[in-house]
Ligand binder design. Structure first.
Ligand SMILES: [Zn+2]
Length: 100
């Protein structure tokens, strides 16, 4: 029993955050942005609207936590603190946000 407690005590912060039920990042996907368009012009409008949303997120200070891969873009606003677990976005030590 005491060994178990010790293990819990030494579990790193990352695992602690992993258990948090609050989402720590947002996901943006581009796969369906043209869906529903009936004309090429409509598709163009939808793509432009999507692009504007991305630009707005950028302008508000959001950053990707890693390069977009397979249509999944994970983004956070650095410095945002999770009310549930205290996780602060953008402080990963893997250097993903380096150069932002
Ligand atoms: Zn959390």
């Amino acid at each position: 029993m005491s060994e178990l407690q010790q293990e819990t005590e030494y579990s790193d912060d990352y695992e602690e955050y992993e258990d948090c039920e609050q989402p720590h990042d947002e996901i943006v996907r581009a796969k369906w942005i043209m869906d529903g368009a009936t004309t090429l012009a409509e598709a163009a409008d939808q793509v432009r609207a999507f692009a504007n949303e991305l630009q707005e997120l950028h302008d508000e200070g959001y950053v990707f936590t890693q390069p977009v891969a397979d249509d999944y873009g994970f983004y956070v606003k650095p410095g945002t603190k999770c009310a549930a677990c205290g996780y602060v976005a953008g402080l990963e030590s893997d250097g993903a946000l380096e150069g932002v």
